[in-house]
Design a protein around this ligand. Structure first.
Ligand SMILES: [Zn+2]
Length: 96
């Protein structure tokens, strides 16, 4: 009785089920590897952003917010609005 039910289920499965599963194994592993790479990149960016925020907070504490940390020049208010954590003028911004 039970054996007959198992045979019926097998009859509904496509013959190429195993082949399809094998085909998907490598792309899935590649996708996972890509995700890891993206996560590391994102983590590095977040750490850089955190460092920028930390520097801006220190500048606020020291009363130098809005001034270039390297030369003391007042930063352009428009660029400060675009990048509120900026602590360097155009001349001293690191090239990205
Ligand atoms: Zn400067």
């Amino acid at each position: 009785m039970g054996h007959d039910i198992e045979v019926d289920i097998a009859a509904f499965l496509p013959d190429d089920v195993e082949v399809v599963t094998d085909d998907r194994t490598e792309p899935v592993e590649d996708a996972i590897a890509d995700d890891d790479a993206i996560d590391l990149e994102l983590l590095g960016q977040l750490e850089a952003d955190l460092d920028s925020v930390d520097q801006a907070l220190k500048a606020i504490d020291g009363g130098t917010y809005g001034m270039c940390a390297a030369c003391g020049t007042d930063l352009d208010p428009a660029s400060l609005q675009a990048d509120p954590v900026r602590t360097l003028c155009e001349a001293h911004l690191p090239v990205r």
